[in-house]
Design a protein around this ligand. Sequence first.
Ligand code: BGC
Length: 908
Amino acid sequence: MPGPLRPYGLTCEHRVTPLGLDEPRPRLSWKLADDRRGQRQSAYRLRLATDDGTNLFDSGVVTSEETLDVVPGEVSLGPATRYTWRVTVWDADGTEGETAASWFETGLLRPSGWGDAEWIEHDPTAAPALEPPAADPHPLPERLATCPGARLMRKVITLRDNPVRARLYVAARGLHRVTVDGLRVGDDELSPGWTDYRHRVLYQTYDVTEALGAGRHVLGALLVDGWWSGYLGFDQRRPAEHYGARPQLIARLEVEYADGGREVTVTDSSWCETAGHILHSDLLMGEVHDARHRPEGWDRAADFDASGWSPVRVAGRDHATLLGALDEPVRVTETVEPVASRHLPDGRLILDLGQNLVGRIRLTVRGATSGTRITLRHAETLDDDGELYTANLRSAEATDVYITAGRSVETFEPVFTVHGFRYAEVAGHPDVTVVAQVMHSDTPMVGEFGCSDADVNRLWSNVRWGQRGNFVSVPTDCPQRDERLGWLADAQVFAPTACYNADVQAFFSRWLLDVTDGQSARGAFPDVAPALDRPVINREGAPAWGDAGVLLPWLLYRVYGDRRTLERCFDAMTRWIDWIAEGNPDRIWRRRVGNHYGDWLQVDALTPRDVLATAYFARSTTVVADAAEVLGRAAEARTYRKLVTEIRAAFQTEFVSDDGMVEGDTQTGYLLALAFGLLPDHLVQPAADRLASAIRRAGERLTTGFVGVSLLCPTLSRHGRDDLAFALLRQTEYPSWLYSVRHGATTVWERWDGYTDHAGFQAPSMNSFNHYALGSVGEWLYARVAGIAQAEDSTAFTDLVIAPAPGGGLSFAEACYDSVRGPITTAWSLDDSLFTLDVSVPPGARATVHLPLPSGSDGSAVREGGVALDDAPDVTVAPVVEGGELRCQVGSGTYRFTVPFRTPGQED
Ligand code: BGC
């Protein structure tokens, strides 16, 4: 018996069962499943209760199709409380479906919830508690040697009974890892992540109920510099006081007993600390562990002799910046074994992991005598001599060192560092085993793509690996060299692809706080977020970079229906536009001073900077006007609409000739003008033709940089040139996506010429092999090659456009995208005589399916599920044939369309 309608995939604030939420009005969402066609929710009932079953809210039966971001009334939530919620749904016919339940738990909710908790830190004026380790006879890499090690902090507590509930709230200005009785709590890495610490430090909430019982326990914490005071970006100065001089920890443990009693432990002057076995630690430089110096039992034994330890220094009680974590943390999500290894005559071992990845190595050492020093170096590629190629890491040492304690088997993994690498060198001991641990922000992966071209599949995989490796707490440019900054344009051009690959709603909406935090008083968005005070990275306002502050909230609204983020960013968005408008009264954005990266890393085709800047000025202003309309801000909508008209007119007068030539005559110039709607109607086709000629002139190759490339294939498709888009996609000569694939790339390179047959490696000063920006073509693979897209005016994938492009010599393509409404899948194949398209649409969505027709066909031979469309259930044929295709509409469900066809070029 098919049906009923079933809710599943329940989320709160776009996370599954979040713990420690500080959002006073959390949004609840669910997906729907139903085997029947044409299903949707006609009504829902939402109930919210406390964990003990006290009902707080009952929406009653609400007639609504809404499944996203439903806020349970005006309920006022208490701190540190678990709430359960249940949703019941009614199907399209009004029949009651199933009920599903989930929970969320609030955090401390207000800064005052931290009570007496103090920030604690190492006191540099205290006498060194322990003998410093003896000087190492083998000097360490210079910059690694300048990095301080981890501080070990501990506190012994005594519980009078077994708790019924215990929560540990922890944050650091720096990075922390916390233990209870020697056991790590949580599986998060690099916590609390990177935010603009001047404004916000996220805290983690751990359920430690199971870890605690009546009696004595040891709370332990490792604390290091991390993003707070470690090496950051390309700033090579020490001490690196980007946000503060040294790391600090804050924690609060709340324990509840069955009799209702409560006990609270906080960080304060009663904690003690020392230096330990992690002698040096830094995100960029690496980590040095000396296992001989691990104070055995420090984190486990309540009677451990800590008499040599120092009291911590109390560094204040500022709780104002603390906020419960807003997105999934960095985690280890996969381990990768080497695919090849090579022993060198001098004893070194070179390992190939087969994949350029981001994370760390876990090393197992056997039979090493105490004090054996094992050095791990990392690189993305090898040089011609088969040695690690590390020149492109710039000043990042990317070196981990382990000094053994002398046990028969020892394992080592660094704690607070990440490297971008495919190859590793192990020196110092012959009997070692190595695996790589892949680390990244644990955004749920939601997209899959495949087609008949193995190189294109590798490209898709490279794009996805690039996303995983570069989404490490913030969206970074690259994971290996001394940079790893949240450059706004990189994120902006790649974000549409990122949304297909993973559910990045919580990730990006959290990062947008850093983007708006970094906005200058004048209204300029920073070029990198989180912003930094140090002048070396203190840049702002670059065209196409700062625009991320406008384009990303809009993208989240479009993809996820996230209206709240749009509302929260709206003022910042308008301030950005106002700042540009004030400085450019003639509506041409002339950026004569400051930074302007243009079409960064284009290939011999300099798009005039004013063209690029003004086009972005128009695009962002259009988005602000659209956002104003969505948010019901009519006056602002009018103001910005008028401004768009002025910018368009200025763009046309200044840069567009009567025959459709855009100044500079570059691919990117045409792409900007076409994609952002800057041309008068009569010049659209001429400009599209000029774009096509520019591509042909270049030998069917691209010349675009970071900015143009994201528009390339989508714009060609929109203007009827799938043929050229495919030609670029499948081009294998330099410059092209597949050039890197054919040269063994397993991630997307920073530049088209990262390595070329004619010139070898590009200058090492800027040559990352793992940069996601040029991978922005991923969006087009999903949206056009596989055909999963939404209509221009649709949000949250409600109105789908399933318009796959059977072209470029591909014989099949398929994709699955688990949208906020549930999985959307397409799979098409084309053989000598038949085009077949399988589609599935989740309940609550509807789709217009575009089916290519052979020339002259009236569409009557098209079948769905083997029957003529007129007879196929739940398929509506819209005005039959348009532009060589047949369009029809379907509701939710699974469909198989067939079109008798001939492959292009096939003779009658
Ligand atoms: C980064 C880029 C960034 C650019 C700004 C580079 O160093 O790696 O990805 O967008 O600077 O032009």
